[in-house]
Design a protein around this ligand. Sequence first.
Ligand code: ADP
Ligand code: ADP
Length: 239
Amino acid sequence: QGSIRFSDANIVYPNGTVGMKDLNLEIKPGEFVVIVGSSGAGKSTLLRAINGLNKMTSGTVEVDGEAVPQKDGRELRLLRKRVGMIFQDFRLVKRLTVMSNVLIGRLAHVPGWRAMLNLWPAHDKEVAMKALERVSITEKAWVKASQLSGGQQQRVGIARALAQEPAIILADEPVASLDPVTTHQIMQDLVRINRELGITTLVNLHFLDLARKYGQRIIGLRFGELVYDGSAKTVTDED
Ligand code: ADP
Ligand code: ADP
């Protein structure tokens, strides 16, 4: 559960920009992978291909041996339930409680008024509480998201992903808006959760020193091309 495979994958945006070039890559279930590269290197293009937000120009991307659907619809929605996303800008709904935010990903079909009134099925509330526990933020469950610090918001972002009970977590520059201390806390949370739950985790990072510190496997991208794939121990700036 949670394997990913790119085969001869290319993504060219409508304006001609190359987002992904001839990518061949295999990620095994439970791996913790850091993708590193400067701005525009193709990191988020790669992540967004895995849950079908970006369509392939040629080649394929598979999750657990099944091609990621290249058309929006039911099959793609089912895949996305198994893929949790974490964003640089957290993407919480500020006027809703933490609980409602955590359950939005899990219960996308639930009407908005239930979110407003915090009317959630007991079982889902339990799942959400467990997710909040993993990031040590249960005491904020009934607080509005607008009242949280950046680091707390990102922990809620992680909990929202976990509440989907995903096979894969995709984190797109999850620490780029955070201060250094909070950055390390969030990276440690991601590493620990990967170890505890075995969820395949891909984290995009801007900085090589962070990648080295936390990546068990590091993938380097430049102009959409894979330029490094190896362990944190041997990677250098040259790569
Ligand atoms: P990174 O996440 O490493 O910053 P991206 O994957 O966002 O890189 O972008 C890779 C390249 O594709 C960049 O040149 C970027 O400008 C381009 N790009 C990304 N999204 C689009 C888009 N929707 N339309 C056109 N070009 C895009
Ligand atoms: P941007 O224009 O900033 O690149 P995106 O295209 O990444 O925004 O996101 C499009 C929408 O899809 C966003 O509202 C985002 O919250 C949502 N989204 C992305 N991935 C998922 C997911 N795995 N589950 C639910 N919603 C998602």
